[in-house]
Design a protein around this ligand. Structure first.
Ligand SMILES: Cc1ncc(COP(=O)(O)O)c(C=O)c1O
Length: 428
């Protein structure tokens, strides 16, 4: 008997590379929000944020093809495509955030951001939230709190918990008290970094706190962190790898939800619609300082093909008004979820923003004990109904629903119907 594709994968890529679902799906093609499996099943994609403007968008495919057929070269020559893309991308940020360093992945962008911060501040102390993920380089393994890493936290790193106003422990408390307690934890973490001589280099914040489980944070929380870090001499890195490019609806960048102006913004996943493209956005001052101290060069990042693809993604977002759509459809889904979660006392309130949402599943309604097993069953049930999504959070009990921004009104009945039916099946 021929070995299965799964066995061949294990024999080459190994057994530890993660695969979704009890029975992994073999995918063979995709278009818009639809994925087609080898057995012919079509799935509505409610999980993937990388195919931002839609899988295999014909305009992205053509931009890639046309530029690949014309010129692709490393980044040490002048090329108008690259500069035009940088100009367009930067025009979408606030004044002052007017320089870009292209990168190949979100990990690389975050690694570079930390390098800039350390060189600017002369400090090495890093603050990170509990249960977060920012990438897979050595430095980032040493700040990872949301996935298992052999390295563990590096000595110059302190993690602090992100408060969730929806948590059982916080539901009856005043928001101001939750905020004060959460910021006191940040103060303590900064004090420790200073006491141990690391100084304050940077805090990194994923601006929708997705790995953390989409907590509903108190008003002023993110600004409060930024003020404290800056007062201690550090910089603020906004990781927009998941929350950026309109994901949260109404606005392009997740940090804008919090009234924050970061010193460094890191971008990835959706930028290239599947083509490896990422960036660090920063100030002239920080880039000048870094550039004058380092002969920094990147072979692939920001090459003409990547730039053609990234630029086309921005144009499609404008032409198809995807950010406004994310806000409108997100609000519609939220209304539906609010009705659904009100029906079951084992479901927490709707979480998230724009086209990134979910809700918690609990085993004990009164005490809100997270129920990962039932959540997994619900995710599998939704898959059986032709919709792909996942789950997140420290307890793995928050549904993670994050479709391509290309999702349209006509897809909502299948999305919501599959979720409703699977919830009914699991909880009724
Ligand atoms: C918030 C966040 N930052 C950074 C990364 C790393 O990006 P990449 O996998 O492109 O290196 C990820 C990947 O999941 C992410 O979710």
């Amino acid at each position: 008997m021929n070995p299965s594709l799964l066995d061949r994968r294990f024999a080459t890529i190994g057994r530890h590379s993660p695969l979704f679902y009890d029975q992994p799906i073999e995918l063979v093609s995709a278009s818009g929000v639809w994925l087609t499996a080898a057995d012919g099943t079509r799935y509505l994609d409610a999980y993937n944020n990388v195919p931002h403007v839609g899988h295999s968008h014909p305009r992205v495919v053509e931009a890639l093809r046309a530029q690949a057929a014309t010129l692709n070269i490393h980044t040490r020559y002048l090329n108008d495509r690259v500069v035009a893309y940088a100009e367009d991308l930067l025009s979408r940020f606030e004044e002052g955030l007017d320089r870009v360093l292209f990168a190949n992945s979100g990990s690389e962008a975050n690694e570079i951001a930390f390098r800039l911060a350390a060189q600017h501040t002369g400090a090495t102390g890093v603050l990170v939230t509990d249960w977060s993920y920012h990438g897979n380089t050595r430095l980032l393994a040493g700040i990872t709190t949301g996935l298992r890493t052999f390295e563990g936290l590096d000595p110059n790193v302190r993690a602090f918990p992100v408060p969730d106003l929806d948590d059982a422990a916080n539901r009856e408390r005043a928001e101001a008290d939750v905020l004060a307690e959460a910021l006191a934890a940040v103060d303590r973490a900064i004090e420790q970094l200073l006491e141990h001589g690391y100084g304050m280099s940077a805090v990194i914040l994923e601006t929708i706190f997705s790995t953390e489980g989409l907590p509903r944070v108190p008003e002023g929380y993110v600004q409060g962190i930024a003020e404290r870090v800056r007062a201690a001499g550090g910089l603020v890195i906004a990781d927009e790898v998941q929350a950026g490019l309109g994901r949260t609806g109404q606005r392009l960048w997740g940090y804008q939800r919090h009234g924050l102006l970061p010193d460094l913004v890191t971008l990835g996943k959706p930028m290239g619609n599947g083509h490896p493209l990422a960036a660090v956005i920063t100030t002239d001052e920080l880039l000048e300082e870094f550039g004058s101290r380092n002969e920094f060069f990147n072979t692939f990042a920001g090459n003409p093909v990547s730039s053609a693809v990234g630029h086309e993604v921005l144009r499609i977002m404008d032409d198809e008004r995807l950010v406004e759509r994310a806000a409108r459809l997100g609000a519609e889904v939220r209304r539906d979820f609010d009705a659904l979660t009100a029906r079951y006392d084992r479901l927490g309130p709707t979480k998230g923003d724009g086209l990134f949402f979910g809700f918690g599943v609990f085993g004990d309604a009164a005490r809100r004990i997270p129920d990962a097993t039932t959540t997994k069953r619900i995710v599998e049930g939704i898959k059986a109904r032709g919709v792909l999504l996942s789950r997140i959070g420290p307890h793995g009990n928050v549904l993670k629903i994050r479709p391509p921004l290309a999702i349209e009104d006509e897809h909502l009945p299948q999305l919501l119907g599959a979720i409703r039916a699977s919830i009914d099946e699991a909880l009724d």
